[in-house]
Ligand binder design. Structure first.
Ligand code: ADP
Ligand code: MG
Length: 212
């Protein structure tokens, strides 16, 4: 039996359910059904499903839901390997969170450091970043801090953890609190699951889409 047929069944607030409805989304995808209720309950989560299965909203909806409840206390950092992905994630937050006074920054390479620095000093609720540029800011500026983040999301976690970002990720991890909710999403996880797990709580909920 499928206990989660609608966005409402997942435990999301009415304003967010309405937002999904307005955007023509009729029902949650499988990964959204499995992960959103867990995330809303405060659990760490590892979700694995192929590209196009709605992983972004699997973490964006519960984060926005909490932000709706506590607009002054919820801060989230979303890391992703490429600029393009960062902008796509930023767009989904912006569209879904349209009715909130959402302050969001997309922090990627190729943009002016000063302008980004000013944006970060305004304490955005949501920072979507590539590791390299975020590490640059953490190393060069003291006008913003990640000490209060409640959520850390690694989107495309296996790509982030395959090695080439290790140095930058170390810088970022040193700046964020240990007490946080960690959400890890990926299209593939087979080889990297242990590494991914090491970032989350030991009781992390793991869900992987069955392959056919
Ligand atoms: P993934 O990260 O798994 O590759 P995305 O999160 O980028 O996939 O989602 C792919 C597309 O599916 C996006 O355009 C998104 O708006 C859309 N989408 C996400 N969830 C739903 C849903 N429940 N119903 C319909 N479309 C959805
Ligand atoms: Mg994705």
């Amino acid at each position: 039996m499928d206990e989660y047929k609608t966005f409402n069944d997942l435990g999301l607030s009415p304003w967010l359910v309405r937002q999904c409805d307005l955007l023509g989304m009729k029902s949650p995808t499988e990964i959204q059904k499995k992960c959103i209720p867990r995330i809303l309950q405060g659990e760490d989560c590892i979700g694995c499903a192929k590209t196009g299965s709605g992983k972004t909203l699997a973490f964006a909806l519960p984060i926005l839901n909490k932000l709706g409840e506590d607009p002054y206390g919820i801060f989230a950092l979303i890391l992703t390997p490429t600029r393009e992905l960062a902008y796509q994630i930023g767009d989904q937050f912006a569209v879904m969170g349209k009715t909130l006074n959402l302050r969001m920054s997309v922090i990627v390479g190729g943009m002016d450091m000063m302008v980004q620095g000013q944006e970060l000093s305004r304490k955005p609720h949501i920072v979507v970043a590539t590791p390299g540029r975020l590490a640059d800011h953490l190393e060069s500026c003291d006008t913003f801090s990640l000490k209060r983040i409640k959520y850390l999301v690694l989107d495309e976690a296996d790509r982030l953890l395959e090695g080439r970002f290790d140095h930058q990720l170390k810088t970022v991890f040193e700046c964020i609190p240990e007490k946080r909710q960690t959400l890890l999403f990926s299209a593939t996880l087979s080889d990297s699951l242990d590494k991914v797990k090491s970032i989350a709580d030991e009781k992390v909920f793991v869900w992987s889409e069955p392959t056919d």
